[in-house]
Design a protein around this ligand. Structure first.
Ligand code: UD1
Length: 382
């Protein structure tokens, strides 16, 4: 899918005049980026900051991209780079070439980057080599597992960032231990939760349940991590684990394209009790999560969303970069072998009613906007 070179393409080719150049360019590329960027873009718009989005095209399926712009009210990207998928080196190289061209065209004062995906890594490398300052939203998360591509991305981006915007308190200590200067670190809360709280009431759960033939009590599963879906053995083990969950409670699985082929080859399609559906938009997915009795996932963001929704979450991974979701009591790490017992325990337990981690309060986007606005005023007068 990776194109031979970067493409700065229609239909959103609206490069501003020099005197109207953006102060901030947000680089976004994949589903979780859009959810984190929306509240930041809104907060900056309220402060009158000139800003545009560049979409790298790492995620290009409408179900992973377009629907998120609509659901979150995100402005259309000024540039769409159309980079697509590929092996890590190939995708990262294509992303770097495309982002370099975009930055040359747009000449911002600051790049704002989100999370830990390959688009984030590529943008950080390009910006650092050009001497262009970077702000990183979701700085300081660590799984301490270097076999995850996202962990490498996080460490490199945080080492290069000028402004580290931390979503969870332990991130402050992680950055300090890696030598990031205290003045660069800002604890701002979690903008993904701003988006969740914005859309929480918007979805029509009964209509969704009718469409997906879901009973009142159901579990939601999502699986897409390379460690769970890339190899035939891992996929077989994941499918067996899902079969175990569906013996306890009906399961709906909105399936990321990444896992489709391997999970189907491992027998997913034959599991009668698991409803496999296309990926959902953000409003519908939030409603589905909110109504669930239980969630089984390997996603990062869903561990956080279930904490705020008070839905028990079982994370099919050996570690997490989001340990606060475990200490809050909503999340538990499981293996395919321990999943069955964990499902029964979670379904029998009382629901979490805590207030959630500090500053996961729906106002992180505004805090981030304030930090960036102040930085623009102090460091880079236009
Ligand atoms: C990426 C992020 C991951 C994040 C996830 C959210 C990296 C290293 N990983 O993983 O952190 O949790 O996004 O979804 O950046 N594909 C499609 N259509 C699309 C996009 C992808 O079919 O629109 C398929 C392709 O077969 C592709 C595979 O998914 O090869 C992987 O896509 P990629 O962008 O490499 O990473 P994700 O697995 O989506």
């Amino acid at each position: 899918m990776c194109k031979a070179g970067p493409v700065i393409s229609e239909p959103h080719d609206r490069i501003p005049e020099t005197d109207q150049r953006p102060q901030i360019v947000h680089i976004v590329g994949a589903r979780p980026n859009f959810v984190k960027a929306a509240p930041v873009v809104r907060g900056l718009a309220e402060l009158g900051v000139r800003q545009v989005l560049v979409h790298t095209g790492q995620h290009y399926d409408p179900a992973l991209s377009e629907v998120f712009f609509t659901d979150l009210g995100l402005p259309q990207p000024t540039l769409f780079l159309g980079v697509g998928s590929g092996a890590h080196a190939q995708q990262t190289a294509a992303l770097m070439l495309g982002i370099d061209q975009a930055v040359t065209a747009l000449k911002p004062e600051l790049l704002v980057l989100y999370g830990d995906i390959n688009s984030t890594l590529a943008a950080a490398l390009v910006a650092a080599k050009r001497g262009l300052p970077i702000a990183h939203v979701e700085a300081g998360l660590r799984s301490f597992d270097r076999s995850m591509p996202e962990e490498i991305n996080r460490k490199v981006v945080d080492a290069l960032a000028d402004i580290a915007l931390v979503t969870s308190p332990e991130g402050i200590a992680h950055l300090g231990a890696e030598g990031v200067a205290a003045h660069k670190i800002h604890f701002v809360g979690n903008p993904m939760i701003d988006s969740l709280l914005t859309v929480r009431e918007l979805g029509d759960l009964p209509a969704l349940q009718a469409r997906l033939s879901l009973p009142d009590r159901y579990a939601v599963a999502t699986l897409h991590r390379p460690s769970n879906v890339d190899s035939p053995e891992a996929a077989r083990s994941a499918v067996a684990a899902l079969a175990g969950v569906s013996a306890e409670i009906p399961v709906v699985l909105p399936l990321h394209p990444r896992g489709r082929a391997s999970l189907n080859a491992a027998g997913l399609a034959d599991l009668g009790d698991v409803r496999v559906v296309e990926p959902l938009g953000y409003v519908e997915f939030a409603a589905l999560l909110d109504g669930a009795a239980l969630v089984v996932t390997d996603s990062g963001g869903i561990q956080e969303e279930t904490t705020i929704l008070g839905v028990p979450c079982l994370t099919l991974r050996p570690n997490t970069e989001r340990p606060i979701t475990i200490t809050e009591g909503t999340n538990r790490l499981v293996t395919p072998e321990t999943l069955g017992d964990a499902v029964r325990t979670a379904l029998a337990a009382d629901r979490y009613t805590g207030e959630g981690p500090p500053l996961w309060d729906g106002r992180a986007g505004q805090r981030i906007a304030k930090v960036l606005h102040r930085w623009l005023e102090e460091k880079a007068p236009t």
